[in-house]
Design a protein around this ligand. Structure first.
Ligand code: HEC
Length: 162
């Protein structure tokens, strides 16, 4: 009796699964293709390109290639500005406030160091920015994403020497 009951319920479950799959051979409704014009990169994607710019900036400053360093600082500023527009909120919190609060000062220090062509200040400001990356990661349970001074350029086909 017990066995019989179990068999019936297994059959019922199977029937339900088959029903939910729809008639065999039918074309399942597909979501329309994503409109590429409406693609919005995730915060992680935007962070990935920030990582590249962070790497490039180090080698530009290290080589005292100040025009290139200024360009890299601008690229980071743009990357941060993009995040504020494209991903203004993250898990219910304002990214705009977090980014401003943490990165505004180190970014200003970097701009000033590069404009002054001052290597010592550049290194200090660079480390300040790196620290702001890590503080935010730590505050958002991403303490395992640790940003550091790079030791090799991201790619080797761009020259950093002025
Ligand atoms: C305002 C807070 C904040 C600041 C400042 C910040 N991050 Fe992030 N970062 C995050 C969050 C949140 C994530 C996780 C995003 C996700 O995966 O959805 C993240 C993820 C990342 C990742 C992982 C992305 C991946 O796909 O591998 C990298 C790399 C990264 N950040 C680099 C940086 C760098 C470099 C800086 C500084 C120049 C920086 N971040 C500054 C909040 C921040």
């Amino acid at each position: 009796m017990h066995k019989q009951k179990r068999k019936i319920s297994t059959t019922a479950v199977l029937a339900m699964i088959l029903l939910s799959l729809g008639p065999v051979g039918s074309v399942t409704a597909q979501p329309p293709p994503k409109d590429p014009n409406k693609y919005v990169p995730g915060l992680g994607d935007l962070m990935g390109s920030l990582l590249v710019q962070h790497n490039k900036l180090w080698f530009a400053g290290d080589a005292m290639n100040w025009p290139l360093a200024a360009y890299s600082v601008d690229a980071i500023k743009e990357g941060i500005a993009d995040m504020k527009v494209l991903r203004p909120r993250y898990k219910g919190e304002s990214i705009v406030e977090m980014l401003d609060g943490l990165t505004a000062k180190p970014m200003q220090d970097l701009e000033e160091a590069v404009a002054a062509k001052d290597s010592a200040r550049f290194v200090q400001a660079y480390d300040g920015l790196t620290q702001s990356c890590n503080v935010c990661h730590q505050n958002h349970e991403y303490g395992f994403i640790v940003i550091a001074r790079p030791t090799v350029p991201f790619l080797t086909n761009q020259r950093y020497q002025p």
